[in-house]
Design a protein around this ligand. Structure first.
Ligand SMILES: [Zn+2]
Length: 298
């Protein structure tokens, strides 16, 4: 789950910022911009399907929806950005609702997404899994999920997603906050989850997303291990990705489907990106250092 859920604040701030944004657009200074935005979603229950359908209509009007392979070529510098702004779908935590959403919406529309999962939590029996979701994914915080919704995709569902063309990435072994761990535990969370995915799904995982997503939930040592194991690392730091974005410091746009359409549009127009200028800089510096160590040795 991602770090921020400040309901009270954000509508007020968003309303004021939206008015300012409309003014800027009226004079031609803003709108959707080129480059790749990675959308970050979590659990999407059936009660949000109508909202998801509306959101898809909006997305298709403004974006080229790209698949993980296309995004990978762009992040590797082997493909220029599309003329239209591009959007890649990603889902964190591996909730079983994701599999249903894929069958209902993504597969019929040909949308290919990246699903970030935690292998050690997948293997738990249902009751233990529910407890682990509350303790490790929600970090003991209040959540809006019903008891029966607290379930993760199983191996069969992951295989099914992969067979439908989606990518499965790692979200650490047990949804760990990486900077709190000693190096051996970091290695376990980062490297063992890749080994599990390769062993169980028969394909190496190229994608990683670190849990909680904020800049305080990643550090240089972890990013170096991630860079040794995976090709692309997603954060929860807001912003677009362009030709210069380091593949180990990818930005994503977290979005709540229960928020109003104008608010969602505001997010994808980069309305909140300015608030993340410092985290983007820190993440970028950390990614460059991690890549240098990879290339030149420590
Ligand atoms: Zn998560």
């Amino acid at each position: 789950m991602i770090f921020h859920r400040r309901w009270a604040m954000r509508f007020g701030a968003a309303g004021a910022a939206w008015a300012a944004l409309e003014l800027l657009k009226a004079v031609g200074l803003r709108g959707m911009r080129r480059g790749v935005q990675i959308l970050l979603l979590h659990h999407v229950p059936p009660r949000q399907y109508r909202a998801f359908g509306r959101f898809l209509d909006f997305v298709f009007r403004h974006f080229d929806v790209i698949d993980p392979g296309h995004a990978a070529l762009f992040f590797d510098g082997r493909m220029k950005s599309n003329i239209r702004p591009s959007l890649l779908f990603s889902f964190d935590d591996g909730f079983s609702s994701n599999w249903h959403l894929a069958r209902q919406f993504l597969n019929p529309l040909g949308i290919k997404a990246v699903f970030f999962v935690c292998p050690a939590l997948i293997e738990l029996p249902p009751d233990e899994q529910r407890r682990a979701i509350e303790e490790r994914i929600f970090d003991g915080q209040e959540h809006r999920m019903a008891h029966e919704e607290l379930a993760l995709m199983d191996l069969r569902q992951l295989e099914d997603l992969m067979n439908s063309g989606h990518s499965i990435g790692s979200h650490t072994l047990r949804h760990a906050r990486l900077p709190l761990l000693a190096e051996a535990q970091k290695t376990e969370e980062i490297v063992s989850s890749a080994q599990w995915l390769k062993r169980r799904l028969g394909r190496p995982a190229d994608w990683f997303a670190y849990p909680f997503g904020d800049i305080g939930s990643i550090d240089g040592e972890s990013l170096r291990l991630i860079g040794e194991t995976y090709a692309y690392c997603c954060s929860g730091v807001r912003g677009r990705n362009d030709e210069g974005t380091n593949p180990l410091g990818l930005r994503r746009q977290s979005l709540d489907l229960e928020t109003p359409g104008y608010y969602q549009k505001f997010i994808l127009e980069g309305g909140f990106d300015f608030l993340y200028a410092r985290p983007r800089r820190v993440l970028n510096d950390m990614s460059i250092r991690a890549r240098k160590i990879l290339v030149h040795g420590s």
